[in-house]
Design a binder for this molecule. Sequence first.
Ligand code: GAP
Length: 453
Amino acid sequence: MENLNKNFQEIVTHLKEIGFVYQGSSIYGGLANTWDYGPLGALITKNIKDLWIKEFIFKEENNVMIDSKILMNTKVWEASGHVKNFSDPLIENKVNGKRYRADHIIESIDSSLDPENMSNEEMYTWITENVPKWENSKANWNKIREFHLMFETNQGVVVDSKSKVYLRPETAQGIFVNFMNVQRTSRLKIPFGIGQIGKSFRNEVTPGNFIFRTREFEQMELEYFVKPGEDQKAYEYYINKSLEFSKLVGLKESSIRLREHGENELAHYSNGTSDVEFLFPFGWGELMGIANRTDFDLKSHAEHSREKLEYRDPMTNKVYVPFVIEPSMGLDRLTLAALVDSYKKEEIDNDSRIVLKLDKKIAPYKFAVLPLNKKIHSNEAKRVFRELIDKGISVSYDESGSIGKRYRRQDSIGTPFVLTIIDETATENKVTIRDRDSMKQITISLDEINNFI
Ligand code: GAP
């Protein structure tokens, strides 16, 4: 429950000031709800992606990766059901002209109600009877209409219905349409998985909570193809694997929970979905979803494309359409969760420090190299810095300001270890190493650093 007591605005301010995230297009006054990753944000997200690739692709014998495109044939989205189903119930307050998600209004007023089980007409009646005021404004509600979430654009020079394309709202479909290509070229036998990491776009009605809900975001998705009948086992395996992954990213067990979707909440393609949720300062929020997508996608694409999307078992020669288990994660949400969970403000010796106790695997820099005295130690420090870089380690170098301030800065960006270059570095090959969390410092030989790494 610790995160609920954290001041979210304070954390956001810190992340902006220190270089994790910037307001998008800020010199032009910004573009609502767009955020750019700064130097530290670019590194932490890269580290999380690398960890995902290691865990979900390399460590799983039969899993491979692809990189499909954001723009795809419009028929992909007809077959997937997005053209027909991918919308949110939108309600407008005629008094202030603002638009809201009807289900979100109901949930925020009466958490015992389940808007997923209500028709638009029922939600409209409930809101008109119960919400005469909303967000400091009198309310007079228009009928609910479905708001489509896919971004549209045009390909080529002629703007007509034939040139219309969508920006993908999930990376998953790029995997389904490449199912036969991958199977053929990689000679994979079922069960096998195809993963990908990439940008997705949704014209969300109510983006917000910093990088939690945005219109452009990044997903890390795996589609795991299994023989029908073996889907439940794989579903459970990937639920556990996803929970484990959130711990590998460094999230505390007490900050995460698993929530199974009710029957009426399930997406049109799913016969079972569980979400891993994280306790943000603004409440529980979905980090990732693990779904049993059945054979819906492959069958639907086969029907729409008239191509065979199936698998022949080499032992039995039996042909079937595989079931699919999908663990799907939002990179931006995982990043935000790791930053919130690790953020601490500590009082020490009449002073205070902000420290990000990030897991070593995802911290932007693993080490910082600081010359104790810039004039005396900087040549040695640069030598040590370059040696570490050549070993493939991400290292920060900082020589400006007092040593105390430089330690604080490294704490505030989450660097686990700081090496300070001292007189004995040149003479005895010794440095001091400072631990971020305990702030303890010991002198060790640089050779020992290699073992340490
Ligand atoms: N292929 C399945 C799928 O896309 P989803 O639950 O809609 O499922 C998966 O999305 C994950 O993508 C979510 O758990 C969340 O982490 C992330 N995500 C979805 N919409 C998002 C948004 N608007 N902003 C940031 N992340 C988002």
